[in-house]
Ligand binder design. Structure first.
Ligand code: F0G
Length: 456
């Protein structure tokens, strides 16, 4: 048998540049030890996010040229809408400029003060859009997700017992249940079809609707196909239809599994949700047939959604992430196991064991990795967790990860080798890293983007 190789070849390249350790030490200091404040030119391999960082295909670039920029009724909108309806079964579509805008528009209609929105590890913007409305995002993820060394296939699942308890307790205050596929915060971990069915059954019992935060739904479908019994012979598109049949609607950041650099949408089967969201789309985003998007971007997204719900494209992508994980295995570096779809989540609490949580181990490791080789990961840990909205205490209850994302169709396996080797170098001198960082300034919400830090 021949070895595995990518299901595409490269038509255009973008130079990247290395730097010296001395340069990086200066730059990270100027960036207040916050990698979001680095200039991209100061980064060699960028694993900050897989959001909007992917490479479009020749077909997507060709579709851009065919975009219809009409203010109302653009052909590109209908192409996008038809594609979304074909892949998800949802009839009503509202384009938005990105995922959080979809959240803002829909939640403006659905979430009010005092509400409780149960789900599996709400992403930070999702949590932000719930908490800024003085509602509560209640995390009902399975406990297995916290134990990074436990090898279970669907660590992103909702715990049905926790969900049912939440519905018992807050019944009237729950506007909908949210399921994030894949579960980014827990490590790009998938949710099984079985679990989606269980959530649906509980929702039906309490007469609630289910919203999928679908940023990485295609990767979730890939894991269902490759890990869940009964799905090996189904196509990704068949699995997607089956997943979305269990939901009432979706918010989408198209910057991930839509394979575009900007964009998002809301889609739903319910006219009342559509009507309610429409009212907020027009003032916040734009008229209904473009929302926050150019016609050309909607055209490229329609192609991207189609391409990324084909097995070969997903197989190429996820195998690369798994290749990076296999190198970490070789070096004994602990990460959220098994590796998920879009990134490695290094378990900083198991690496920098001499740094107390009050000194933010994952942020410290992120800085060390940058200084080592110009590799930009990001902290998905105690800084990102923000403070409790009521007590204002730091939330130390979750995991403290360094996430190193793999952009779609951008880097080669050689870049993966560099990332792994740089991590190993830091890992080998982990016992010499005894001091973390402290916060000098922070925003009240979503502080990780702008936080200013200094080494202790
Ligand atoms: N939901 C999930 C699960 C996400 O991962 C993101 C973004 C969003 C919603 C918001 O979408 O960025 O288009 O507004 N995640 C990016 C990340 C930023 O780096 O994980 P957006």
């Amino acid at each position: 048998e021949l070895p595995f190789a990518e299901s595409w070849k490269i038509k255009m390249v973008e130079p990247i540049r290395k730097s010296t350790r001395a340069e990086r030490e200066q730059w990270i200091k100027e960036a207040n030890y916050n990698v979001f404040q680095l200039k991209a030119d100061q980064v060699y391999i960028d694993g900050l996010t897989d959001s909007g960082t992917g490479a479009m295909s020749d077909r997507q670039w060709a579709a851009l040229m065919m975009g219809d920029e009409s203010y109302a009724g653009a052909r590109s909108f209908y192409e996008l809408k038809d594609t979304i309806t074909r892949i998800t079964g949802f009839e009503y579509v509202i384009p938005t400029h990105q995922g959080r805008a979809a959240e803002n528009v829909l939640f403006s209609a659905l979430v009010k003060e005092g509400d409780v929105v149960p789900g599996n590890s709400h992403f930070d913007t999702t949590k932000g859009h719930i908490e800024s409305r003085r509602a509560m995002a209640l995390d009902c993820t399975v406990d297995e997700a916290k134990n990074t060394q436990l090898e279970v296939p669907f660590k992103g699942n909702v715990d049905p017992k926790k969900l049912e308890k939440a519905l018992e307790e807050y019944h009237d205050k729950v506007p909908f249940i949210i399921v994030t596929i894949t579960n980014n915060t827990a490590g790009g971990q998938p949710v099984s079809m079985q679990n989606l069915r269980e959530v649906r059954a509980i929702a039906d019992k309490y007469n609630k609707r289910v919203l999928f935060d679908s940023a990485r739904f295609a990767e979730n479908a890939y894991f269902i196909k490759t890990r869940e019994e009964g799905y090996a012979d189904k196509t990704i598109k068949e699995i997607c239809r089956e997943m979305f049949a269990l939901a009432d609607g979706m918010t989408m950041s198209a910057k991930k599994d839509g394979l575009v650099n900007m964009g998002g949408f809301i889609a739903t089967r319910w006219e009342d949700w559509y009507e309610a969201a429409k009212k907020f789309c027009i003032p916040f985003e734009g008229y209904l047939t473009y929302g926050g998007m150019n016609g050309r971007d909607m055209a490229a997204l329609a192609v991207g959604l189609d391409e990324n719900t084909e097995f070969d494209n997903l197989d190429t992508r996820i195998r690369q992430v798994q290749y990076l994980a296999s190198l970490l295995d070789e070096y004994g570096i602990p990460y959220q196991r098994p590796v998920g779809g879009h990134a490695i989540f290094v378990d900083a609490s198991k690496v920098l064991t001499k740094i107390p949580k009050e000194e933010f181990p994952a942020q410290t490791l992120t800085i060390e990795l940058y200084k080592e080789a110009g590799i930009r990961g990001c902290e998905i840990g105690y800084i990102l967790a923000d403070r409790d909205p009521i007590t204002r205490e730091n939330r130390f209850g979750g995991n403290d990860f360094v996430r190193i994302c793999v952009a779609r169709r951008v880097y080669t396996d050689n870049h993966m080798k560099v990332i792994a080797a740089a991590l190993k170098n830091v890992y080998d001198r982990r016992d010499e890293i005894t001091h973390g960082v402290e916060i000098v300034w922070e925003a009240p919400l979503m502080r990780h983007f702008t936080v200013k830090l200094k080494p202790i």
